[in-house]
Ligand binder design. Structure first.
Ligand code: BEZ
Length: 173
């Protein structure tokens, strides 16, 4: 997807709590028909080549909405984001819903056919995997806990994220 003018990028994971890029404006919002899931392997951020961590991707889920934060960015910011999310993610066009409006935008999604996709597993297994993983960007558990805190601060609930967070916090005790 080519971007030639300031464009909204929708964050549903680390973009919500880690903005290492300039943006013109940010707004809470949601996308429809998607759910976030810890189903993508991370070889370069929260794990390693030999021991990948688990990070988020979007899974098509009719009738569900995924809440997050959108950032209006200049086109060159996508070069930085493409590099940051190079391990299996691609840009997908989405409609982003704001409180009283809607805008076209872009989201990063790792599809089930990418080389690093791990897919579903029991929540206890995913939690253990997250607790045991670490990569160049830090602990895999930090990625989850930061996300859960950011969603809570926005007044958003996400069953998948919060169930994993309580399991991970119990394992870390
Ligand atoms: C995000 O926060 O939107 C995001 C999640 C996974 C990969 C890239 C971006």
């Amino acid at each position: 997807m080519e971007v030639t003018e300031p464009t909204w990028v929708f964050g549903y994971g680390s973009l919500i709590w880690k903005q290492d890029f300039p943006f013109l404006e940010s707004r809470a919002g949601f996308i429809e028909g998607w759910s976030r899931r810890f189903w993508q392997g991370s070889h370069d951020h929260r794990g390693t080549e030999t021991s990948p961590g688990r990070v988020l991707t979007l899974i098509e889920t009719p009738g569900q909405r995924c809440c997050g934060r959108a950032f209006l960015v200049e086109p060159d910011v996508f070069d930085h984001l493409d590099h940051r999310e190079k391990n299996g993610y691609e840009r997908v066009a989405v409609d982003i819903h704001f409180e009283n409006s809607r805008s076209p935008g872009v989201v990063y999604r790792a599809t089930p056919d990418n080389h690093a996709f791990l897919g579903d597993a029991p929540l206890d297994e995913i939690a253990e995997h997250i607790v045991g993983s670490e990569g160049p960007s830090g602990l895999n558990s930090e990625y989850l806990i930061e996300l859960a805190s950011a969603l809570r601060a926005m007044g958003e609930a996400d069953g998948h994220v919060f169930s994993l967070e309580s399991r991970v916090l119990a394992l870390l005790k």
